[in-house]
Design a protein around this ligand. Structure first.
Ligand SMILES: [Zn+2]
Length: 142
C-alpha cells in the first residue's frame, strides 16, 4: 500500500474595498475545516457560513494598508484547492455567556452521502477577474 499523506485544503480570503480600488487576498492551509453546528441543520449550511460574504462597515470598517484609511469593504472566503480527503471538525461546543460554561450542542446535524463542494470553490464564488492571481502568503493551520 502506498503511504498516504494528509493534504491540506487551501482557503482563500478576499477583501475587496468599496471606497478604494484595492483588493487583498490571503491563502491559508487547513488540515481540518471548522464547521459550526450550533443553529445549523447540516454540513451545507455550515459550509455556507464558512464562505459567507461579510460587509465591513461602520465601526467594523476595514483599514486599507495601501490607503492608510478606514474604508468599507466586503470579505469573503472560498476553497481554492481541495484535498482528496477533506476533514471536517464539527464544532459541537459553544460557550454560554450566562452560565460561563462550555455546553455541548446536541442538535441533529446531517451530512450528505455525496458531498458536492462546487458551490464553495473560487470559480463559483469569486469574480472572474481576480482568479488565478499568485497569492503571497501561506500560513500554517491554526
Ligand atoms: Zn485602498
Amino acid at each position: 500500500m502506498k503511504d498516504f499523506e494528509l493534504e491540506p485544503a487551501h482557503i482563500c480570503e478576499e477583501i475587496q474595498r468599496y471606497d478604494c480600488p484595492h483588493v487583498s487576498r490571503t491563502l491559508e492551509e487547513f488540515y481540518t475545516v471548522r464547521c459550526q453546528v450550533a443553529d445549523m441543520r447540516n454540513l451545507h449550511q455550515s459550509l455556507d457560513e464558512v464562505t459567507v460574504k461579510d460587509t465591513l462597515e461602520g465601526d467594523n470598517c476595514y483599514t486599507c494598508s495601501q490607503c492608510s484609511a478606514k474604508v468599507r469593504a466586503e470579505k469573503r472566503a472560498c476553497f481554492k484547492k481541495l484535498p482528496r480527503i477533506l476533514c471536517f471538525n464539527t464544532m459541537r461546543y459553544t460557550f454560554n455567556m450566562v452560565t460561563m460554561l462550555k455546553e455541548k450542542v446536541n442538535t441533529h446535524f446531517s451530512f450528505p452521502m455525496r458531498l458536492d463542494m462546487s458551490g464553495y470553490v473560487e470559480k463559483h464564488l469569486m469574480p472572474a477577474q481576480y482568479q488565478g492571481i499568485v497569492l503571497p502568503t501561506l500560513s500554517d493551520d491554526r
